[in-house]
Design a protein around this ligand. Sequence first.
Ligand code: ATP
Ligand code: MG
Length: 410
Amino acid sequence: MIDNKKISKFAISIVEELQRNKFQAFLVGGCVRDLLCGINPKDFDIATNATPNEIRKIFKASRIIGRRFKLVHIFSKSELIEVATFRSGDDHDNEGHFLKDQSGKILRDNIWGTLEQDTFRRDFTINALYYCPLSGKVEDHNSGIKHIKDKKIISIGDPLKRFSEDPVRSLRAIRFSNKLNFKIDKNIKDAIYKKGHLLSNISNARIFDEFCKMFLNGLGEKNFKKLVSFGLNKYLLVTSHNESDISKKLINEALRNTDSRVKNNQSVTPGFLIAAMLWPELLKRSSKNREINLRKYFRSMDQILRSQQKITAIPRKFHTYIKDIWVLQLKLHSRIGKQPYKTVNHPRFRAAYDFLLVRERACDCKGVLGDWWTKFQKNDRIQQKSLIAELKDFNDKESHKKFGFTEELI
Ligand code: ATP
Ligand code: MG
């Protein structure tokens, strides 16, 4: 049923090695699910009854990670495989190895158990399949294979309880339903509505991880739409109430741009997307009557990033990247004297220019400015000079509102 050729050789060798040492070991989770759905898995996870210390002893190139959920990372030159010890899910008599908070959120889960017990702590039935590449058998204790055939996302246990234990599961349900084209079970939908608000208690580091999985995997536009339909977008992004149509269009356009880059194997960065997704908010805070107030603009950049940081832990390097893109939007509108040469040589010019095109597409503008920069960057020095000269008249007329680009060109 599963073709081992589609599985990382390194992952198979780890399963073999664990079994040679008399432990149980299986490929588990997303990789088994994806293989059964005919999708090439993006990574391979392993589950075993060996404890982290026992795993560490067998594999030299390995490291124990995590406190909340202890795991072992095993490395080869080019791969990293996550190996998790079976959990029992038993929450009493545990000497602090298992911990929940008042809302029922699991703070720590480090009590080892059996394969049967481990299946029950997984989120969805389709994610609770254990495959042994040596025997070719799949362990399926929750009808996961049937649910793959039925194209359904079904919770293991009561989703109200399961989503309180870990609210990120609601985001995962949305993501998997779009990725696999599966229907979300009705009681999961109810649980998302009832428990979605618990996402505000999740660490910004975990939300940032989910943010990247949601929006940088080629299905960002679809995922965002579904998040909005469940009212969960505010747990990933600083948003204001009653957003204008044009703001929504801009966010969609940016996501579409990212999705198509993923499909074409071009690089994508959360920085670009965050700059775009927060752009409407930046304009809202810093403009009045279609005019940008520069002082407010610069102040709002930091304020917005600070608010977003509380939601998603954006790595530092992206803060400068995002601010560069924003500042360059101003510069792209100013095409006087030496400025265009400076702008085009800025290390972030390419990203800023791409963002300008996204903005233009979002407001169905004719793209005069984008076209100008398309020509400017391609041309030689003489042609560039004449492009600036052609603008002189226009600049003279427009100079009183150098940065007047709010509504028509959000
Ligand atoms: P993908 O890697 O495509 O995002 P995945 O299902 O492999 O999907 P991972 O985050 O890699 O997701 O997790 C591997 C497996 O661990 C899952 O399939 C699931 O069985 C289990 N798992 C992960 N996160 C959770 C969670 N929050 N609650 C319960 N089980 C989880
Ligand atoms: Mg995975």
